[in-house]
Design a protein around this ligand. Sequence first.
Ligand code: HEM
Length: 284
Amino acid sequence: MENTALVITRYADVVAVLSDARFIVPPLAPADDEPPRSLAWLRRTVSRFSEGNDHERRRALVVEALDAMDPAHLRRRARVLAQDGGDPGEVACLVLGEALGVADPAALARAVPVAASGYLTGQGQDGSDEAVAVLAGLLGPGPDDVVAGRIAVLMQAYAATGALVRAVLRHGRRPEAQGRPVEDVIAETLRFDPPVPAMRRVATEDARLNGRAIAQGTLVTLDLRAANRDPDVFGDPGRFDPGRRERPHLTFGAGRRPCPGTGHALQLTAGVIEAVEHGTEAAR
Ligand code: HEM
């Protein structure tokens, strides 16, 4: 089905593609036999790689689980757990795992990076199937959609939140960031240096975008780094400016299926940054 490739860089075009149901998430390759609770099972069962009714139902389950969490509590716990150092993506997953009722955080911390290594591509490091099975045990029991949805929360959070924290620590050293609230530095880092720099969609029919024809089957890459620096939307886009108040960046997506963990990601990131900068005082 995918026969040509196109990279989209304009802010308005990225929003148009993400809002248009003719552009779908690239379908997974067909598989006749996937072991239960394996990486392939996970990818086939989560909202992230689904479309239509499956996507709606699975996304709603994730949103329900996320809605049950208190963002301010996530921030406090991230600040406490980040005290011991360690990978910020792991801290985010430990906090989310705790909120999801996981009783063995050490097992969770071991399994998450291994399972996450293949979540987006399907090609995980050795042991990724076993790691998914461990996570299913820690986050079950329950129907497949529910258990996979809980694992998905950790998979989506791990690499992206870790990368965001590292970028915020880097950009936070800039003179423009000094004295700014951490929320503003995080927001501008998300625009300027997105931890997830691109998204992909496939055109299911012929379409037009900003006057240009897009043939059915075209694989469309949405370049979020470029769209976040579109001069039609952001003044002096190449300048890191935590004080800017223009339209929102596109790093959490837009349109039909934006990131449902945006608030959680922001609070977890702020908590880890506070731990690095100020320790736990006033956090408990
Ligand atoms: C800096 C951190 C994060 C960034 C930049 C980010 C960004 C994104 C983006 C762009 C998507 C849409 C992908 C697509 O449709 O192709 C997405 C999906 C998703 N994100 Fe996040 N995310 C972050 C953290 C989190 C966290 C902490 C959670 C959970 C607490 C989360 C949960 C999800 C889920 C469940 C989806 C799939 C939604 C669906 O398919 O309908 N994300 N994220």
